[in-house]
Design a protein. Structure first.
Length: 212
């Protein structure tokens, strides 16, 4: 392995604006999976929103997490977080190439009384264990009960809340499932990059884990 003589740009986050820190963060950490989160308010209004600060946490119990930042417009909580605080339930739907365009439409700041299911023309179908509906157009939907909320920062734009949920039910379309395995080439998932860029997951390669 050779070392490069290219100089290193060194940046202190304390000297950067919130916007510049965010741009660096989403440019450095790529690709990121997308959690397409469906929730429902106490009043029965459904909500759909994408989050790319998303990953698995543990297998036993099966937990996943996503991070929701505060609104850039007024520093308030997003509908997703408010609904989860009220009900303790949510569903994470997987984003595919086929639904990435309408998924992006749900990222707009709609008023709380507007359902993104309607605005982006997604089809809500009943979940098995939780109240919020899942997205029919998504091949995988993970029904979750709230495990823990972890606040990060002082509140306002740039700060966030980490939402950890325990999966209580998996919904997997038959054609993307094979004897306990998810068929990646059948799912066609999409990842998030920086700016307005997305990327499909193609050309996967396998490297067996070494044994000592």
């Amino acid at each position: 392995m050779t070392t490069s003589t290219i100089n290193t740009v060194q940046l202190d986050p304390a000297a950067l604006s919130q916007k510049d820190k965010y741009k660096l963060l989403i440019g450095c950490i790529v690709p990121r999976p997308i959690a397409f989160v469906s929730t429902q308010s106490r009043n029965g209004i459904t909500n759909l929103a994408p989050y790319s600060f998303f990953n698995a946490v543990s297998a036993d119990p099966p937990c996943i997490m996503f991070s929701t930042t505060f609104k850039s417009s007024d520093g308030g909580k997003k509908d997703t977080l408010r609904n989860i605080e009220e009900t303790g339930e949510f569903v994470v739907n997987v984003v595919t190439e086929e639904i990435v365009a309408p998924m992006n439409q749900t990222s707009a700041e709609y008023p709380p009384d507007v359902s993104e299911f309607d605005a982006a023309e997604f089809t809500p179908i009943p979940s098995r264990r939780v109240t919020p509906p899942r997205v029919k157009e998504s091949p995988i939907a993970m029904e979750c009960e709230l495990y823990k909320l972890v606040p990060v920062g002082k509140g306002g734009p740039g700060s966030a809340t980490i939402v950890i949920g325990e999966i209580v039910y998996f919904n997997i379309r038959e054609d993307v499932y094979d004897n306990g395995r998810i068929l990646l080439d059948k799912v066609n998932p999409v990842s998030r990059l920086a700016g307005a860029y997305y990327a499909p997951v193609h050309d996967a390669f396998e490297i067996p884990r070494p044994s000592l």
